[in-house]
Design a protein around this ligand. Structure first.
Ligand SMILES: [Zn+2]
Ligand SMILES: [Zn+2]
Length: 263
């Protein structure tokens, strides 16, 4: 079975709805990976729109690259968390000596939100991950990103498929090309295009579509999906960038909410 990626959140930093953002979308990072499990990459504001997890009551697995707000804000309002017998697994790294459960309990709690994890009805399991772990037949490897506050780059694979996930990653800081080596031979890489070329802010932990093309070629990966757009980039601006990127590499795809891509 070929995996499919369903795009639910394409923005970085915070949600940005509006008429000028309808084409590419205004929700923050969230992707559903159709791989034989309900696997979700990041819990941005797009999480509340994910439909596939309601087809049945199978466990939901949420991989969090890190706990910056734009990647966890969807945890505040996800209907599955209120389903009594639902199993929900949340995976991420330790930060400042704290497990992922300790990190999230600080945010999803009154007075920041009226409900906390103890109010949810689902069976929640928190997994503080190391360098690799399994979800059924799927193997996930984890590499540290180049991003403030420790983000993760994921390599998710089974016998036939391999998807890379490198949002919130600054290519300019990766002098040795560690992530291109880590993501060798992926079918598809979801990649950080927070800045359009020329707008980069060094040290803020983000990249451009031009960096993406470089990583795709260096890693010998088939396709690269650009996402995590700066919130202020309008559809018009992104369409212009998309044309330029396509001219440089036809395997470079700009993510739009609602898109489904076979990997
Ligand atoms: Zn982000
Ligand atoms: Zn971040």
């Amino acid at each position: 079975m070929n995996w499919k990626i369903h795009v639910y959140g394409t923005r970085g930093s915070f949600p940005h709805p509006g008429n000028e953002y309808m084409d590419f979308g205004g929700n923050t990072s969230c992707f559903y990976l159709d791989c034989g499990h309900h696997l979700i990459l990041d819990a941005g504001s797009g999480l509340s729109s994910v439909k596939e997890i309601y087809r049945d009551s199978a466990p939901v697995h949420i991989l969090l690259s890190h706990v910056h707000m734009d990647h966890v804000i969807g945890l505040f309002q996800c209907r599955a968390f209120f389903e009594k017998k639902r199993e929900i697994h949340i995976y991420s790294k330790q930060r400042n000596g704290e497990s992922i459960e300790e990190q999230l309990r600080k945010i999803v709690t009154p007075p920041y939100w009226p409900v906390g994890f103890d109010d949810f009805k689902a069976n929640l399991f928190f997994h503080t991950i190391e360098d690799s772990f399994e979800i059924g037949h799927i193997h996930v490897s984890v590499a540290p990103s180049f991003h403030p506050d420790t983000s993760c780059v994921f390599r998710i694979e089974d016998a036939d498929n391999c998807t890379g996930y490198a949002l919130d990653y600054e290519a300019a800081m990766d002098q040795e090309g560690r992530i291109a080596s880590f993501l060798q031979n992926c079918d598809l890489i979801i990649f950080d295009g927070n800045y359009i070329p020329g707008d980069e802010v060094y040290g803020w932990g983000h990249s451009t579509w031009r960096d993406a093309i470089c990583i795709r070629k260096k890693s010998d990966s088939k396709k690269i999906l650009i996402s995590h757009y700066g919130y202020h980039y309008t559809d018009q601006m992104l369409k212009e960038q998309e044309l330029m990127a396509k001219a440089e590499d036809k395997h470079c795809i700009f993510a739009r909410e609602g898109m489904i891509i076979e990997s």
